[in-house]
Design a protein around this ligand. Structure first.
Ligand SMILES: Nc1nc2c(c(=O)[nH]1)N[C@H]1C(S)=C(S)[C@@H](COP(=O)(O)O)O[C@H]1N2
Ligand SMILES: [Mo]
Length: 349
């Protein structure tokens, strides 16, 4: 029996029990999010194809991939819908509480190395990554059968931290996490990290696949006109692992408030804690060695009031680019990219 919380059975959505927070998430606790029934892969028949606007089309077997130089990257994967239970009124989608996020060390081949072998022709604009899974979706009001696919712009694919990963925390990738091969895009919401990857296509236009247009997209207003764009970089966020919501905290004692914080844009520079619902804030201490796109653990010693009361705890992270968690959800982000300062009520007794 799994100790993950089951949010959906088929397709599977399993939540990491965030109160068990450790720097590296053990593989059997790592959250799972599938959109379609899981594909069954016969590794002897399996290959990765790479074609489209390339000079040399490639067809690589599992052995071919394992024979390429190996690289490891630590990356926090977060579902763009993580923390949806904090939205009021409730919205549709997997009801993630705290644990639609986990952190692992991924090992595989640098995507850039494979791209170099294929040779992108100059007209290439994006690279499309397709999984082996497919199923029905409602695509702008039309019922369609689609494969799970996402694209990356050509600027992103030469970043050597983007991996075609076959191992997770030193173990062969499990079926749940994309065996035999998955994309890992550090710093981006995990929808970009296509599992059961078996097809890569270079294209000379902007990909309009379901999972970055009708779904997993948001309204961006930074330009002259509002535009619907794919969800990409993880927003800055701190989550409280301890104490848990509605915990009873002994009065007049020290209580350690702890959790993790991350941002896809830059390293975490500070985490602040409020024990009065956001009225005042004090600095938490961060573990050393923060990296972009990797969660950093933090802790704060709270001197609990000596009289019984109800307190609302909040954490607020800031990254080195000056991004700070906002006080409220941005409605343009709809049911995704939920990173406001979540209230964690506790009772002092
Ligand atoms: N092929 C495929 N890749 C996929 C998905 C999927 O359903 N099919 N789900 C995506 C989403 S939305 C998330 S959050 C992550 C989850 O990765 P995990 O199950 O390894 O935690 O995988 C991404 N890659
Ligand atoms: Mo997701």
């Amino acid at each position: 029996m799994s100790v993950q919380k089951v949010r959906s059975e088929i397709p599977e959505a399993l939540e990491y029990p965030f109160d068990k927070l450790t720097q590296t998430t053990p593989n059997d606790l790592f959250y799972v999010r599938d959109h379609f029934p899981r594909p069954v892969v016969d590794i002897d028949q399996w290959f990765l194809s790479f074609d489209g606007t390339v000079s040399n089309s490639l067809k690589l077997s599992y052995q071919d991939i394992l024979a390429l130089p190996a690289h490891s990257v630590t990356a926090t994967l977060e579902c763009a819908g993580n923390n949806r239970t904090f939205l009021h009124p409730p919205v549709p989608g997997v009801q993630w509480d705290l644990g639609g996020v986990s952190n692992a060390k991924w090992t595989g081949v640098a995507l850039a190395d494979v791209i170099e072998r294929a040779g992108l022709r100059p007209e290439t604009l994006e690279i499309v990554f397709e999984g082996d899974d497919a199923g029905p979706v409602n695509h702008f009001g039309q019922e369609e059968i689609v494969k799970f696919a996402r694209s990356l712009p050509v600027e992103k694919v030469m970043n050597r931290s983007v991996l075609l990963a076959y191992a997770m925390n030193g173990e062969i990738l499990s079926e749940a996490h994309g065996f035999p091969l998955r994309l890992i895009v550090p710093g981006w919401y995990a929808v970009a990290s296509v599992k059961w990857l078996n097809r890569i296509t270079a294209i000379d236009h902007v990909f309009q696949g379901h999972f970055q247009t009708a779904d997993y997209s948001y309204v961006n207003r930074t330009g002259p006109e509002p535009v619907r764009v794919p969800i990409t970089e993880m927003l800055v966020k701190a989550l409280i692992a301890h104490p848990q919501s509605n915990a009873v905290v002994p009065k007049g004692k020290l209580c350690e408030i702890s959790g993790a914080a991350w941002s896809g844009a830059a390293k975490i520079s500070s985490v602040e804690i409020s024990t009065n619902g956001g009225a005042t804030w004090l600095e938490a201490s961060l573990d050393p060695g923060a990296e972009v796109g990797v969660w950093t653990m933090w802790r704060f010693s709270w001197l609990v009031p000596s009289e019984p009361c109800e307190c609302v705890l909040m954490a607020r992270a800031t990254d080195e680019n000056g991004n700070v968690q906002p006080p409220a959800h941005n409605p343009d982000h709809e049911t995704y990219m939920i990173n406001f300062c979540f209230p964690i009520p506790v009772s002092v007794e």
